[in-house]
Design a protein around this ligand. Structure first.
Ligand code: MG
Ligand code: MG
Ligand code: MG
Length: 305
């Protein structure tokens, strides 16, 4: 029986490509694995897969009685509902220690780097397995995406090193212009409903017993949202109410200005203001230099909740 490998709910490029790259490595090492995904492919990921001629992993949302590897997450709130009935053989991740536990010993590759695919690259090197050209291409794109082309504070020397080595294998000299193409695709927010936009890169966290959802949209120019604010707020309110959440935040990240406009819908407004030491103006505020949900948002929320 095949072992499934998948990333978090509402998968991003790192989760999808990580499932593909880790599955390829595991299969080379003699295991029988299949990459899967827990949700729809976003436009950026589709662009990357098309560019290097990969098919999307199959959609699969239940895993009872299956063996699995998790990549790019270890939070219960980002897992399939029946994760407790699956056997987790291993985790490859670059997030904070989550709240999942396992019944048996497991393999863990967890490093404080900017992208799960950086860790997968290090695993290829560790096992001495060659990376095919096209696989190197998508892994490189995953790193450019997760590190916002090395601009995110989560980016480490290990990420830039892995990315450059992958670019070499993929024979792509100007990887930054490919990265820019990717973010321009990501900036096209006109072909989606506002609810789809809020949920495009959305993560739930359980903090002190309350559910907090944080979405992020990374674009090359924030003006794309100019006529959309009211609709974004109503979509956030709907998502908050329907999902029984205490708070829904949306980060509109401008990758050129290197900062984020934070939109807030919350039953705990004063906690949010304290977390970021700000006074919200009409439920929003510009946070200069803030680009990373993982490093610059979640830890401060955890402190307050
Ligand atoms: Mg991710
Ligand atoms: Mg990631
Ligand atoms: Mg991200």
């Amino acid at each position: 029986m095949s072992t499934y490998i998948f990333g978090h709910t509402t998968p991003d490029s790192d989760s999808i490509i990580g499932a593909i790259s880790l599955s390829y490595l595991k299969n080379q090492l003699g295991e029988d694995t299949t990459p899967t995904r827990q949700g729809e492919i976003n436009p950026e990921t589709q662009f990357i897969l098309d560019r290097f001629r990969f098919k999307a992993p199959e959609l699969k949302t239940t895993y009872a009685k299956e063996s699995v590897y998790l990549i790019d997450f270890m939070e219960r709130s980002q897992s399939p509902k029946d994760i407790d009935e699956a056997t987790v053989l291993g985790i490859v991740d670059h997030h904070k220690l989550g709240d999942l536990t396992t019944n048996s010993p497991l393999e863990m590759w967890v490093r404080p780097v900017g992208c799960s695919n950086t860790i997968v690259k290090q695993m290829f090197d560790y096992y001495g397995v060659e990376i095919p050209k096209n696989l190197a291409g998508i892994m490189m794109c995953a790193i450019l995406s997760d590190t916002v082309m090395f601009k995110s504070p989560t980016c480490t020397k290990e990420d830039t090193k892995a990315c450059k080595e992958l670019a070499k294998i993929a024979e792509i000299e100007d990887y930054k212009s490919l990265g820019m193409e990717m973010f321009i695709v990501k900036s096209d927010v006109l072909n989606a409903t506002t609810e789809e936009l809020v949920l495009r890169d959305f993560k739930d966290f359980n903090m002190g017993g309350v559910k907090i959802g944080v979405g992020q949209l990374e674009v090359v120019d924030l003006s794309v949202f100019d006529n959309m604010k009211d609709d974004l707020f109503s979509a956030m309110r709907k998502i908050k109410d329907e999902g029984d959440r205490d708070t829904v935040l949306l980060l509109l990240t401008d990758i050129m200005q290197e900062g984020s406009q934070l939109l807030v819908v919350s039953d705990s407004l004063s906690k949010i203001e304290r977390a970021f030491n700000v006074n919200l103006d009409n439920s929003e505020i510009w946070l200069p230099k803030v680009m990373s949900r993982k490093k610059q948002i979640i830890p401060f929320l955890e402190q307050q909740f």
